[in-house]
Design a binder for this molecule. Sequence first.
Ligand SMILES: [Zn+2]
Length: 115
Amino acid sequence: MECDREYPYSEIPLGEQNIPRCPIDNGIIRADIILFGENLKPRVLERVKTLLAESDLLIIAGTSLSVSPTKTLIRHFESNKVVVINQTPLDITDLSIDLFISDPVGETLSKLDIH
Ligand SMILES: [Zn+2]
């Protein structure tokens, strides 16, 4: 979709054959997710870099960081507290890990008692 317009799920306009299409540019409306092999939008990448630089703690969950852009994005993390929740070791050497939890992410996060 060219115009980058966002639509709430309940207001997605349907075109011919019930294909969701933007009435402005006729582009196909799709979920705001990134599929494997797709690139993040530049504005999303910049926001992530800023958040990483401002964060005190980095939690890496459910990824071995073997693919870009996550593998290179973590270089923007400037603090030194790192927690990893992943069933396999990370594919990185330039990050000091304080806590490594080798369990499934869903099970681990569901055990958290957040107040
Ligand atoms: Zn559009």
